[in-house]
Design a protein around this ligand. Structure first.
Ligand code: ADP
Ligand code: MG
Length: 371
């Protein structure tokens, strides 16, 4: 495949840590967990696989770990065909919902799992202390797992995944059930792993988590990759400015429209409730909803004339913020877009989602038409 087919890929001649094409898995002949996905992960990057529960994330990781057999699969892990056992020596794995034996101490957990992975005893002795330190568990190695919090178990789980000094680390929901401080610490550990040149493949349904740590993400919905790329790639063209106006009470629609008429050329069609869109002479759309003005640009020069008009009108400005859609916005858009089409009989819930999707699509199309 040509390199430009990988969204967000930057290296001229990348060596892929994971290179997958057409991976499919059907459980029991009927549950299509993966429907033929393709994905490439560069060496040394932190890659996030994002998706709602049941999207197929863990299935993919288990295929890479040879725990389950794919129905169909082409591709390689560190240059070896998926399914080859020898490459697992170079891969570390934190399964989701793992349960270490409660009677073992943290240090014994690391020793036990590394021994199963045939890491020599001498190497294990050395790494146990180092890795417990790395994950902030230096003082807890001699305490039994039964005394650990969920966050501490996750930290030991990550240390366990590093005992064989792997080149690729597969982490399935590493921050599941971990409090915000623990999540920040885990993010720092991931940054440290990246600094050491490791490739990290991370599954998560915690969107803000991925936004903060990942070089690239893929959004998996119903066993298919809906989007793939850097967060900048995925948000490109969707940024906006928001100007918050100081008002005693939210502006009425008519007041909004009057204000917009002063700063724009013409009203344009929009189906958004409580907001009419107008077009600035310089091109971008602008809309006013209650006390918020939104402008479809990230160019500060284009919002200066608006500020001038607002000040001439003696409207007080409370804040001006450049915004881009969060990963959550992109994710919801991908999930909405993946809803069944009109020909399929929808459930009441799907009907509701379809209306939302329609509105969002109209909004998106409208923005694009203004670009
Ligand atoms: P995720 O990790 O994204 O939550 P999973 O990969 O665990 O998703 O599951 C994807 C789909 O496959 C779900 O519909 C799930 O119920 C189904 N599934 C997962 N494991 C099995 C299994 N062992 N047998 C049958 N169905 C399974
Ligand atoms: Mg899962």
């Amino acid at each position: 495949m040509a390199e430009q087919s990988v969204p967000g890929a930057t290296h001229a001649d990348p060596t892929w840590a994971i290179d997958l094409a057409d991976v499919a898995k059907t459980y029991k002949g009927k549950i299509e967990a993966l429907k033929g996905i393709s994905m490439r992960i560069q060496q040394g990057e932190v890659f996030g696989l994002l998706g709602p529960n049941g999207a197929g994330k863990s299935t993919l990781v288990k295929i890479l770990m040879t725990i389950i057999k794919p129905s169909r699969c082409q591709g390689t892990v560190l240059g070896h065909p998926v399914g080859s056992l020898q490459v697992l020596r170079r891969v570390g794995y934190l399964p989701e919902h793992h349960r270490f034996p409660n009677y073992l101490t943290g240090a014994q957990v690391l020793d036990f799992y590394a021994a199963m992975g045939e890491v020599p005893r001498r190497v294990r002795r050395k790494r146990i202390g180092e890795l417990l330190e790395l994950v902030g568990m230096g003082d807890w190695g001699k305490t039994r797992v039964s005394k650990y919090s969920k966050g501490m178990k996750q930290r030991v789980g990550i240390a366990q995944a590093l005992m064989n000094d792997p080149d690729i680390i597969l982490l399935d929901e590493p921050t599941d059930g971990v409090d915000p401080v623990g999540r920040r610490d885990i993010r720092n550990i991931l940054a440290e792993l990246k600094a050491r040149g490791k490739t990290v493949f991370l599954n998560s349904h915690l969107l803000s988590e991925l936004e903060m740590v990942c070089d690239r993400v893929a959004i998996l919905v119903h066993g298919q990759v809906a989007q793939q790329g850097t967060i900048d790639d995925l948000t490109a063209g969707k940024e906006r400015y928001e100007i918050q106006l100081e008002c005693d009470s939210p502006l009425q629609d008519q007041t909004c429209a009057a204000l917009l008429r002063k700063i724009t050329l013409e009203p344009s069609q929009s189906n958004k409730r409580n907001a009419d869109r107008f077009v600035l002479p310089s091109g971008p759309w602008v809309e006013c909803e209650q006390s918020t003005l939104r402008i479809g640009t990230t160019d500060p020069a284009l919002i200066q004339p608006i500020i001038d008009v607002l000040r001439q009108q003696r409207v007080m400005i409370r804040s001006i913020k450049p915004l881009r859609p969060s990963l959550e916005d992109l994710f919801l858009e991908a999930v909405d877009d993946a809803q069944p089409d009109e020909s399929e009989a929808p459930s009441p819930h799907q009907k509701k989602s379809k209306t939302k999707r329609k509105n969002r699509k109209n909004k998106k199309n409208h923005r694009e038409s203004q670009a």
